[in-house]
Design a protein around this ligand. Sequence first.
Ligand code: PEP
Length: 251
Amino acid sequence: MRKKIVAGNWKMNKSWPEAQALVHALIEKKAMIPAGVQVIIAPPAPYLQPLSVAAAPAIAVAAQNCSQHDSGAYTGEISSVMLASMHVNICIIGHSERRQFYGENNEIIRTKVDACLRNAITPIFCCGELLAERNAGEHFTTVAAQVKDALFHLSAEEVSKVVIAYEPVWAIGTGVTASNEQAEEMHAFIRAFVSKNYNQDVADSISILYGGSVNAANAAELFACPNVDGGLVGGASLKADDFMTIIQAAQ
Ligand code: PEP
């Protein structure tokens, strides 16, 4: 069953005291979270365990990335086995910044999705086209290839556990948001693509989030689009008031 989700990606922001203060401010407002909206924050890795305790049960905590390997000689990496053992059960996979700065391609992202699923972690799988790809009219082809390469080897049962985040790269951190029409068109395309490869029940079970300069002013319109099931929010998730307004817009 599709559910409404608002996830905040903190990226590499906030000192530990600042992180605690932000969670404290969100928890103080937890009565404002609409019933049926799942709220997730994805803080930097060192804060995952303490913040998952501080935020529970109103707010779930997600990692921003994990290794495709379960353990071994991979200095600096964090595995999904480790996350699961710390009760962190959600992980963002394939964010465009991971693709751009850390060389993550569709093949690596596929193996990270697999690592999450074999360790009972919900992957929030990110896809989205570059500006040049949109300008060249290649946005559907690009996103289709990302979705196919990372997800379509999964069984129907497995793929139903994935959350998809459509994040056009040109909209991330730029202040330029996709129009409601652009967001809805791509979300509907992704859902139809999943339906074609699996079936309509599977497509209807997957939450597809929009990400890219979502803010307190534009969230309600974006989330009102029929195929938009909430948002993956970067900058605006760093301020409790703004993030809570966005959460309420997912109602
Ligand atoms: C993101 O980091 O996933 C994101 C969508 O960032 P922003 O909301 O700042 O564009």
